[in-house]
Design a protein around this ligand. Sequence first.
Ligand code: AMP
Ligand code: ZN
Length: 738
Amino acid sequence: MLRIYNTLAKKVEEIQPATPGIIQMYTCGPTVYRDAHIGNLRTYLMADWVRRSLIHSGMQVTHIKNITDVGHMRQELAEAGGDKMIMAALAEGKTIQEIADVYAGRFFRDEARLNIMEATVFPWASHHIPEMITINEALVANGHAYEKGGNLYFDVPSFDGYGKLSNNIGGDLLEGVRSEADPLKRDPRDFTLWKAAEPGRDVKWDSPWGEGFPGWHIECSAMASKYLGESFDIHTGGVDNVFPHHEDEIAQSEAAFGNQHVNYWIHAQHLLADGAKMAKSAGNVFLIEELIERGFSPLSFRYLCMTVRYRHRMNFTFTSLKAAEKALTNLRHRMWLWSQEQADNGHAARYASEIDEYQRRFWDAVESDLDLPTALSLTWELVRSGLPGRVKMDLLLVFDEIFGLELDKAPAENSVTEDVITTLQIRGGHREQSDFATADSIRGQLASDGYLVEDTAGGTRVRPKTPLELRQEKWASVSSSREIKSYLDQPAELDFTYILNAYGYPSDVKRCIEGMLNHSGDHKVEAIVVDNGSTDGTGELLEGMLTQHPELRVVHCDHVIGDAASKNIGLMQSRGRNIVVMDGSAEITGNILDSINQQLSDPTVGIFGPWGLSTPDMQHFHEEVDSGDADAMQAYCMAFRREEINNVGLMRECFRFYRNLDIDYCFQFKDKGFRVVADASLPLVRHEHRQWTELDDNQRDELSRKNFGRFLKRWGNRPDLLIAADAVGFENQHKFHH
Ligand code: AMP
Ligand code: ZN
């Protein structure tokens, strides 16, 4: 039986079902006015592994996973300033319910793609308003809730056990930072059971306290008790649910029913991405759909999650996902080969002790607080062992009851066509006649048609390559700037290196590259274009351009690695004495390189470009510097000497979005005593900057705010670096502060 960390007991405990043979389990489900990202899905995978392990122990598991379509919808919508998609859907006349249906449908699809077992019931919060009201009434009747201004609050001091799950007794702390404390509450820890509808609200219900809608926590108390009873075995969620959601759920349910609500609380740690918290504003939120777009099989994410204990933070990177996909393909590939071997009835008896030992060690790992990393390494130990393929295959099929990796499926989805089978038979004929040259050339032809041919002792097998295998054949790609070799310690070999971070919009990219290469005159130039994980055809366009432009070099990234990381790849790979960093929206229309050469021959000049900025206060940057000294240069076009990179450093990769990165990098130069100089008469034009114009106001705010904060944090106390500093004596002020 599974032994697992119980957040309530604060230790690992063996699960003892309240009713022998039966497990009642509840999982806090998705909020369906947005997509569940792979972080959310990691938490659902954990619940799936818990469930599969209990099923293996012979338990009959009832698993409830709610769909949140009311509750914290409102609060989060307000925080997000109105999600673009929801606003658009509402404007089209879609109802909230229709929106919820769309996202719920996508959630079910993604769970199925990850082979997560379907819940026994997926109850919808909006269908359980009467049940929530009933619990609320019970809480009013027994003195645990009070009404104020049409709102109903849970009276936290009236419940003795408050804080037993999270150990968080100073709940006011959290609320204080989140929002203005609600003056209607008696105690800052009190939380909402029912909220009065504000004027104009259309999603609302009648209640004894007037029209309104339920608090978020009460929905889980209501649905859990309806489907599992007042007291049940297991409740799961992500660690962010521990407080306040689950703490409040315990208070409500136990105050209303008088029984212990849940025996085992199991919480999954968070998923981070590229080393940063997964967040929209960081541009590192990934959906299963996006992994598929990039050629991955969804189950490789499932595999990846098995490589880290559920109770540890997991940093998602595309490098690790690639490794997971490779391992999964490898396992399936071997299974597919072993399945060709003759079955042998004598195996079970002959290898009984080895088989038992593997089984014992495997289930022991799984049941030791869901130690899937150990279960996986045991799997590879088995794969490498000398046991017959068939024996390994049968064991792996048993392990797959937990893993859920569909190891019995061929590595690729598509099937092999009749034509391919015929070709393979012809090839077999050549092999029989020892005509290996012809056999090899047929194999090569099949490979370029997308098939992998493998000759084994048991015969020849063929399978289609997986989407990732095909993609990786198309071009090599990197997952981060750390995988790139730096030439910066070597002398320059060319006059100029142009660098372009291609973040999509193929026609802009093409225009920009042609502008660079058509106006390079007699200078020896190269253009390094970093395909920043595009999926809109930019990668293909660049590959196509390579043949016509020998000066062009392309680096593909397998996902959006961010603006600074992309540009750093260009910087590290550069071999030109001077560097010109461009944006796809700008176009060179004449000779700019002579002016750049001339300006950069002045050792006091650090950065030169057409469009300068100035600021009086570090807060507001104005596009007004057409010539002479500036405080910063805009990223549409900025030039500097390559040799200074080793002095000022690379760009700061926390800037995933372009905004303020240019200013930040200019300050790195200014900090080393260099000037930033502008000349707007350079022959360049600026076209629509689609990376900006295609954002809505909320997205702009969100993305800009973070980057501005990064800039200010580093340079806010350095007004001495501004050109205005001389005029107003910032220099002294700065010294004074130190
Ligand atoms: P929500 O849709 O926000 O209610 O979240 C659904 C589930 O995902 C909850 O159990 C959360 O605790 C969990 N969750 C949220 N963010 C993450 C993350 N980055 N990694 C893992 N789980 C998460
Ligand atoms: Zn919940």
